[in-house]
Design a binder for this molecule. Structure first.
Ligand code: HAM
Length: 429
């Protein structure tokens, strides 16, 4: 049995290995392409920020900030945290770079790792990756909410994720309007059923009562189902906004399900919230979460600014694609060059260069191998073709190409070989 290596990746983190990384690249490339068609530009953000930024934006009482952040004191005694999410950073950057003076709204997207010290399980890691987008400034027209969701669904479609379900809700207005009244009412009702709730929910009655609605604890479900619903407490403006968002989704042919318990685990949301679940993920099936956060830029010291966005859990997206058979990535090389002899080696180097320039993946063994061994190696690497080059082939000017799947061998003059392979590539793509 192999001994355990001395060093291993820290719990909840992992190495992403080839060939799976090719799938990660495909998923990210598709995001770049689709988001550009909706007018979004990429922003690259720091991995760590002042702890205070997240405490203020995400909320000091949220699980993310109170239990899951990786925080440390920097050498100058300031408190720094690895980012648990990126919406706060985008808003910080929006203000820091005076983006209010650009044409509004500003549409930004990001791709990168986030850090939360959660209990690791399938689809849940301590270092995970998000693909997110934010729209900042301009109006809070419901068409923006719907277009952001349209972009997401277009992206999922392009990336090959099928069977995703879109859930939406409105959690009303943050301040003096509907939400405050609803939360008070919720607290009163929760106090009445306190003894029937588990310790987490009991604690949340005071710290974050909306989050009780998120509970998955089986024994609490009958009680939660009977709690007052925010839809019945929305003010006229929020009600109209929510109705218009639904109309705008319908205009775009987007199917949705309403879920009154969709409150999200970050404090900055108001009005529209949404989540998307994907098949094949087990209990961690939310592949994307997002919503509107009109007060957030102001909370960070900026002027009143509208905002809405989402983040896709890239790890979960990849898992779901793999579970649904859409995560297959091309393995192996196109051509393995089996060469023997000094003259053949010079020709092999030339062939490798020409083939690689034409976009083929080529393996050129660094030392001479007997042809039998070389062909075995080509098979192991999953090569499609072996190019056989001995001194005879070079002297004759005819190169042998073996199709490894069929065993068929053909001879080509050097200039025709590349042309043949290019044609084959066209046929198979
Ligand atoms: P969130 O719901 O906390 O929202 O995270 C978004 C997505 O990230 C989740 O739906 C999930 O797919 C993925 N995710 C979260 N935690 C983990 C984890 N520990 N392991 C693997 N995947 C995970 C936000 O982060 C907001 N900033 C989204 C947003 C952007 N709202 C407005 N703009």
């Amino acid at each position: 049995m192999a001994t355990k290596p001395k060093f291993q990746a820290v719990k909840g983190t992992r190495d992403l290995l080839a060939p799976e990384t090719a799938l990660w690249n495909r998923v990210e490339q598709t995001a770049h392409e689709v988001f550009a068609t909706f007018g979004f530009g990429e922003i690259r953000l720091p991995i760590f920020e002042p702890t205070e930024l997240f405490a203020r934006a995400v909320g000091g009482e949220t699980d993310i900030v109170s239990k899951e952040m990786y925080s440390f004191e920097d050498r100058d005694e300031t408190s720094i945290s690895l980012r648990p999410e990126a919406t706060a950073s985008v808003c910080r950057a929006y203000l820091e770079h005076g983006m209010q003076s650009l044409p509004q709204p500003v549409k930004l997207y990001y791709i990168g790792p986030m850090f939360r010290r959660e209990r690791p399980q399938k689809g849940r890691y301590r270092q995970f990756y998000q693909i997110g987008a934010e729209v900042l400034g301009g109006t809070d027209a419901p068409a923006i909410d719907a277009e952001v969701i349209e972009m997401l669904m277009t992206y999922f479609d392009k990336v090959g994720l099928h069977g995703a379900t879109l859930y939406i809700n409105s959690i009303g207005h943050n301040a003096e309007n509907c939400r405050r009244g609803y939360v008070e009412k919720l607290k009163t009702e929760l106090a009445k059923i306190k003894d029937n709730l588990g310790p987490d929910s009991q604690r949340r009655i005071d710290t974050n009562p909306l989050r009780v609605l998120d509970s998955k604890l089986e024994s609490e479900q009958p009680y939660i189902e009977r709690l007052p619903r925010i839809a019945d407490h929305l003010c006229d403006e929020c009600k109209a906004h929510y109705a218009a968002v639904k109309r705008q989704l319908e205009l775009r042919g987007l199917l949705y399900q309403e879920n009154w318990r969709l409150v999200r685990g970050l404090d900055y949301y108001m009005r529209t919230t949404f989540e998307i679940t994907a098949p094949g993920l087990g209990s961690q099936n939310a592949v994307c979460g997002g919503g509107r956060y009109d007060g957030l830029v102001e909370l960070l010291g900026g002027p009143p600014t509208k905002g809405i966005g989402f983040a896709i859990g890239e790890d979960r997206l990849i898992l779901s694609l793999q579970e649904c058979g859409k995560g297959v990535v091309e393995q192996g090389r196109d051509v393995y060059i089996a060469w023997m002899g000094e003259h053949a080696y010079a020709a092999a180097i030339r062939a490798a260069k020409d083939l690689r320039n034409a976009g083929f993946s080529v393996e050129l063994p660094p030392v001479e191998q007997k042809f039998g061994k070389a062909l075995g190696q080509a098979d192991k690497l999953g090569a499609k073709y072996a190019l056989i080059l001995g001194d005879n082939e070079v002297a004759e000017g005819l190169w042998t190409l073996k199709t490894l799947l069929t065993g068929e061998q053909q001879k080509f003059p050097e200039p025709d070989l590349l042309e043949f392979l290019c044609q084959q590539k066209k046929v198979s793509s």
